[in-house]
Design a protein around this ligand. Structure first.
Ligand code: ATP
Ligand code: MG
Ligand code: MG
Length: 377
């Protein structure tokens, strides 16, 4: 079978690798050049985009910010999964918030503004600790501005004046003091059947995911059910086929949806080592209409992103349960270069490996790793 993925980054690469044993051939589309490439070495294939779309058994995306014209082309083939509606909802925070409101799903108090002066009203309503998010093209915390006190409002307005808010409005959110962040990665097939992975706890630094811990410690049955109900409501409404990720803020025993990602997700990378069937394989299974794989967890896992630097010591691989996934990209500040999956039979065993890994890297790179490990040992 042939699968075509729009986007040619590490997620397409990991789908390619997961497809190999199944005999599924994954090609990627570089969304800037429209070239069809090998997702591992990025070498162009000798095939045009139209032909690749025609030959594909299924088409999907590795990120939501694919130009709409390309998505429409794919949608017209009838093979795009999830469909264009789901992808555009994940790509546009205004559409996303409307969906959450319409389905009565708890989310962060917010306001949509298309004029900088409307920020005053937002402060009156939501307070002066805010996160302002561009409605489109944001990821890893890019396209976000934080307001910590009303004194800083004039400065913030000045910064936002450069944007065309009529084209790309802003979503202004109340800055929440949540207990922690968790995410649910799951898969729905075209018949509406679901499989869910365990909830992961996600640790962010400067708006970017650094560590995911699975299963999230201390999750109650009720919390899991709450997350799954929300996931099902969203996925059914979007008539979703494939892997979907829902990011939550946890406040006590309540979950608020932060955002959804209509694709395989960084907080699901732990499934490569620790789940019976990883998220990449399950995405391929769903969109190729194959039976879904078992999502049960076999070992506890800490996924640790390698961000903005290219060196790792060979010795890191001697750490017990340490698996490296290297993406082969050129190094750039804040760029995700690869990740480690650390696995253990128990949290204390995992904590030992996390502390060993933390010894190799400056605290500034993995600010959470050692602290989190200490809570597990
Ligand atoms: P991603 O790479 O996950 O797509 P993104 O750029 O779309 O990220 P968000 O997920 O909206 O951005 O925000 C990034 C992080 O910033 C969140 O995971 C959370 O840590 C923090 N954050 C976002 N919104 C809020 C909020 N309303 N209150 C407190 N923290 C927030
Ligand atoms: Mg996002
Ligand atoms: Mg996010």
């Amino acid at each position: 079978m042939n699968v075509l993925i729009f986007g040619s980054g590490q997620l397409a690469r990991m789908m390619y690798l997961a497809g190999c044993p199944l005999g599924i051939e994954v090609s990627a589309v570089d969304v800037n050049t429209h070239k069809v490439v090998n997702p591992v070495n990025k070498e162009p294939y000798n095939i045009g985009l139209e032909e690749a779309i025609e030959q594909a058994d299924a088409i999907s995306v590795e990120f939501e910010h694919v130009p709409e014209a390309l998505l429409e082309k794919a949608e017209l083939s009838g093979k795009l999964m999830p469909g264009i509606g789901a992808i555009l909802t994940g790509a546009d925070r205004v559409r996303e918030k409307h969906l959450l409101q319409r389905l009565d799903i708890a989310n962060c108090p917010h306001r949509v503004i298309d004029n900088v002066e409307q920020l005053d009203g937002a402060v009156d309503e939501l307070g002066d600790q805010l996160i302002v998010k561009a409605s489109r093209d944001g990821y890893d915390g890019y396209g976000q501005w934080r307001l910590h006190k009303s004194d800083d409002l004039p400065d913030l307005k000045q910064q936002l004046l450069a944007l065309d808010l009529r084209k790309v409005p802003l979503v202004v959110e109340k800055m929440l003091h949540f207990d922690r962040e968790v995410s649910l990665v799951g898969v729905r097939n075209s018949k509406g059947h679901f499989r869910f992975y365990d909830l992961a706890e996600n640790l962010h630094h400067q708006g970017q995911l650094h560590v995911s811990l699975a299963p999230a410690p201390g999750v109650t049955e009720a919390l899991t059910q709450q997350a799954r109900e929300i996931f099902k409501t969203l996925a059914d409404e979007l008539n979703y086929t494939g892997v979907l990720a829902v990011e939550f803020f946890q406040l006590g025993d309540r979950l608020l949806v932060n955002e959804i990602a209509p694709r395989v997700h960084n907080s699901g990378h732990w499934t490569m080592q620790s789940a019976d069937t990883c998220q990449f394989e399950n995405h391929l299974r769903a969109i190729c209409d194959l039976p879904l794989g078992d999502t049960s967890i076999k070992t506890v896992c800490a996924m640790v992103n390698i961000i903005g630097y290219a060196s790792f010591a060979r010795d890191m691989l001697t750490i017990r349960g340490c698996h490296l996934h290297w993406y082969g990209k050129t190094v750039r500040d804040k760029r995700k270069m690869g990740h480690f999956n650390l696995v253990g039979q128990t949290y204390p065993e995992l904590a030992t490996s996390m502390l060993a890994l933390a010894d190799y890297v400056p605290e500034s790179h993995f600010p959470h790793l050692a602290n989190k490990a200490r809570t597990l040992s």
